[in-house]
Write a protein that binds this ligand. Structure first.
Ligand code: 5RP
Length: 232
């Protein structure tokens, strides 16, 4: 990450932390941008004594939230969240997202869907005119169903590959014990169609298209400024 990108991520992290007030129940996102928000929120907890609870979207987010003094809860205890924050890999003009570079998309979507406000934190490089040219679409799959799901993805026009571990032989295993197939498209012209097909495919647990979930988009600029947009 360049210094300019880090500055942009820090700016949106600090901005969303300033939107949080005492008593809120939060969704705590995964990834380097969400980490900036967790850090900034931790500083407010330490310096101002605000009290919040959070549902983590991954084991990684859980560990980081704990380190920064965020009290953890679960959807069993707190099914309705005031605000969830998370990063994204791509966001289009209709606020449809691709998420899941960190393979956390299934929990991230569950948590986002329970939040009154879902605040998406990106730098300018993530804002695209059309989805799926730069980033693959992660699809979380029950391991025994990987071959049939790959067939479905090919019929949708994708070039799918099983995500492999780094410093670990074999596939990446998600926090749910599933595999992730990265579907490389030459653009996704109709994300709603891809969503419908995938959710009807047995063996697909969930995927990284987030449709009609984001309520706010914070775009961090390299000069440290933040553009705040509401869903169109
Ligand atoms: C993890 C995600 C991340 O939120 C997304 O990949 C953005 O990550 P980063 O802020 O590190 O660029 O979806 O599954």
């Amino acid at each position: 990450m360049s210094d300019l990108q880090a500055a942009a991520k820090r700016a949106v992290g600090e901005h969303v932390a300033s939107m949080i007030s005492t008593g809120m129940t939060l969704g705590v996102g995964t990834g380097s941008t969400a980490a900036m928000a967790i850090e900034a929120l931790g500083a407010r907890i330490r310096n101002e004594g605000i009290q919040v609870k959070g549902v983590a979207t991954s084991f990684a987010a859980e560990r980081l939230a704990r380190q920064h003094g965020i009290v953890l809860t679960t959807l069993d205890e707190s099914p309705d969240l005031d605000l969830a924050f998370d990063g994204a890999d791509e966001v289009d003009p209709a606020f449809i997202l691709i998420k899941g570079r960190g393979a956390a998309q299934t929990r991230e979507k569950i948590v986002a869907s329970r939040a009154k406000q879902f605040v998406v934190l990106v730098d300018e490089s993530k804002v695209v005119e059309a989805l799926g040219y730069r980033m693959p679409l992660p699809v979380e799959v029950v391991p025994m169903a990987v071959a049939p799901v790959i067939q479905v993805l090919k019929r949708l026009g994708a070039d799918p590959e099983i995500r492999m571990g780094k410093m670990k032989d074999g596939p990446v295993v998600s926090d749910q014990g599933m595999w992730v197939v990265d579907a490389h498209f030459e653009g996704i012209p109709d994300p709603r169609h891809v969503n419908d097909v995938l959710l009807k495919t047995p063996g697909v647990v969930d995927h990284g298209l987030f449709i009609d979930l984001a309520t706010h988009l914070l775009i961090g600029r390299s000069d440290g400024g933040v553009d705040v947009l509401g869903r169109p």
